[in-house]
Write a protein that binds this ligand. Sequence first.
Ligand SMILES: *Cc1c(COP(=O)(O)O)cnc(C)c1O
Length: 418
Amino acid sequence: MTDKKLPFTKSFIEKVIKKYPTPFHIYDEKGLRENARKFYEAFNWVPGFKNYFAVKANPNPYILKIAKEEEMGVDCSSLPELILAEKVGFEGEDIMFTSNDTPAKEFQKAKELGAIINLDDISHIEMLEQSAGIPEIICFRYNPGPLRKTGVNAIIGKPEEAKYGLTKKQLFEAYQIMKSKGVKRFGLHTMVVSNELDVDALAETANMLFDIAVEVYQKLGIKLEFVNLGGGVGIPYKPDQKAVDLEKLSKKIKAFYQEKIVKNGLDSLRVVTECGRMVTGPYGYLVTTVIHEKHTYKDYIGLDACMANLMRPALYGAYHYETILGKENAKNDHIYDVTGSLCENNDKFAIDRKLPKVEIGDILVIHDTGAHGYAMGFNYNGKLRSAELLLKENGKVEMIRRAETIEDYFATLDFSKI
Ligand SMILES: *Cc1c(COP(=O)(O)O)cnc(C)c1O
């Protein structure tokens, strides 16, 4: 069970709304930092442990700055993400560049920043060499395909259906090629699960990479510098789910590390991760106002937010817990579809959700929007993205991104030519 408590009260949010109208995402700095510290503590047995925060989960510079202050690096996958990281002050090997179908100029920027470049395909070696040159350190993304039987998961799907990464055969060939080009420092990456709560499935990824590290050493004489377990640690979106026990996960990974890495004399190997969701996800909330209710074949609640502010329910059928402020302890004796205004029938934040009786003007808070929430926003149907606020450790609220305006929406158009 996970207690879906909010870090703010109704009266506090009412004051915030007077200054910043709904909808907005608000992030809880205190919760975010405490969780980051717990995460690092669980893995303190790994020399040089680092989580490269996946920028795509929450590409706000103020959030990235907090991640930086908590000793994290960043995982970027596009030119704008690299530039964002640079603006926040990340440099060199604190940046992991994990992209796919990569344009040449992104390799150039990553190389210029001294980032660790993680190649998605064997053919990218040539493109990298021609566009940016061979870097001092290189990482490859491994796709186990049918070799991975356990921990297969709904968002990413079966590894052999996933577009990412090199096959095992290609991986060994790729290390060999890079070695012959004079590279001396190597990493190994994979990402085979997403939003996974099962400790064994998560630990299995480390086990799989440790096996490869041993094989790479035995076959090619290369001692890998790090394995990157990717992201994919899940969060308890539903109140009946439990957060991943990081201590337990760390212990299981440590046991595999002892058994495979230490035993083979490879214990200079670092273990790093690329988690986004579990870092910021539970510490973000989409705050909305109920503007309509409608009773037809079903009972509907209409919010002032829509799937442009949070696409996960429409995209994956994802569950997000909802709280009506001031009615936290009321009985959930009504059943509603909670909708937004986009002209798509899947623009529903919840379907057949049990809630207390909702009234127009109620403040409805959607939980766990701190990762892949605002970030997935879009402008379809002329919908504008909301503001982002930070609830700071000192209790003050700061706007860390203003809401989009109609001028922003029209900014790429030149009306003078029509
Ligand atoms: C999306 C992504 C992540 C982050 O995933 P989370 O589920 O947010 O932890 C990490 N690495 C890569 C390569 C990704 O594409």
